[in-house]
Design a protein around this ligand. Sequence first.
Ligand code: ARG
Ligand code: ZN
Ligand code: CA
Length: 430
Amino acid sequence: MELLKQHLIAKNPVMEERFAQTLEENTTYARQLLTNDAAAKTTANDITIPVVFHIVLTDAQIAQLGGPSGVAQRVDSQMAVLNRDFNGTNSDVSQIPADFKAVFGKANIGFALAHTDPKGAGTPGYEIITTTQQGFEESSSVGSGMGFSSGKYVNGPATSWDADKYLNIWVFNLLNNGSASGILGLTMPPSFMTYGISGLTKDELGIVLNYGAFGKYGPGVNYFISGINGGRTLTHEMGHFFEIWHVWGDDNGKCPGAGGKDDGITDTPPQSNATYGCPSYPLFDSCTKTGDGIMFMNFMDYVNDACMHMFTAEQAKVMSSQTLAGKESYSLILHPELTSWPTGVSNIVNAANVFNVYPNPSTGSVNITLLQDGVNNIRVTDITGRMVENIMVDKSQTSYAMNLSGQPKGMYIIHCNTGNGDAVSKLILQ
Ligand code: ARG
Ligand code: ZN
Ligand code: CA
């Protein structure tokens, strides 16, 4: 059973019915769209949702991921996997068994890193927040106290960026009584705001990823939980964010029509329980005993990353319909501009206290010394706003050398993002 739902049902059995109602509403709405051409045309096309990663780890854990450059690689590979899987351009669709190809679906939802932060300053779309806490427990006394919420307030205030505009993803070390948790990811979808959960605010909406399930394996990118190195945990969690649930329906092995509810989706075959590892097709169970068997290669099962390849058409429709006017994720599609870098400069912080740049004027070799903690990234733009350099700041390092000798002579602007606005300074290349 989905962890958050399980906890809420344990606290209040009425929740089981409420979850079932939400599922029924969402699938009914999506099915109407499936059969109603006019409405279907208004579903998600050309959608770009701004995404931000809050990476809350110890220095040692960041080092495990390859330091700031390793983290940058994970973020980029993670975004590539997410977009590919949500648009059905993953090359392993070729491995979908022929009979399931007929129900293969594309959600057509696009995601992009945020490049304008809530204060209007530039951002790489992720922030590394170092902590001395070794990780976070699923239950706590902070916020809703569920779903690793304490990590979302690691230093007190919420780390989330306005959840109406940004899709927030946190990367944590997930703990279970002080030891590594087996949980790969967990989602707090917007629908949970409707259940009156005590302590829950929109600051907790979004997705938590285990740092060993974040990004995709590539040369020099190490530390993955075994079998979970393809970036598919985020694909799966994003399915939950857009209101689709596990293919087996989290109904303790029961089958639809025999006491079970299944996943409410008609084009996924009935399935009794989760599938792990990497089975070969066809695979039968007590709910689907013949034909093509169960659809274990669906992103909403629990198989290894390399063995999951698809959403179905109806799953895709439920997801994309959540972005329509009046539905819970509509506001997220209204701010594609947040995925562009700001061209102007906003919320200027006094640069004299934040950094030095020398020599200036320069012939191309430029040194920057940071004078205070808290700078997240250093960016250089030309006078048209075109970015020519973008450095992710490593907290342990105060000096940065850049080589801009390939750039045309003229005036540039150096931006140091303090998390509280940009400190800016002119730079002359001559
Ligand atoms: N166990 C997690 C969940 O239920 C995610 C499973 C992801 N599976 C994977 N192969 N990455 O939300
Ligand atoms: Zn799940
Ligand atoms: Ca089904």
